[in-house]
Design a protein. Structure first.
Length: 90
């Protein structure tokens, strides 16, 4: 894989329903992505990439995202592992 997550920082969001936390990651020590949402879905946990609302039709569009499924899964697994590790420490 061409990328490596070199740092993960997680900030919990208390009392916010399905949104449990927000993560920031650093890729290869040179590129940061902020505002990745950690969400507890009805059937599974997942991460949602940063997005913005389209003023024209009200839909949300990712501002950045992985281009393939392997990279998406790598990012999601690393973030969720860090989140659950943080929660377990308490």
């Amino acid at each position: 894989m061409g990328i490596e997550i070199s740092d993960i920082r997680i900030r919990e969001i208390p009392d916010s329903g399905k949104l449990k936390a927000v993560a920031s990651i650093t890729l290869n020590g040179v590129f940061a992505i902020h505002d990745i949402k950690i969400i507890q879905g009805d059937k599974r946990w997942f991460v949602a990439m940063p997005s913005r609302k389209n003023a024209t039709d009200g839909t949300y569009m990712d501002t950045c995202h992985p281009l393939d499924q392997n990279t998406r899964m790598y990012i999601q697994e690393r973030i969720l592992d860090a989140y659950f590790g943080m929660v377990a420490v308490r």
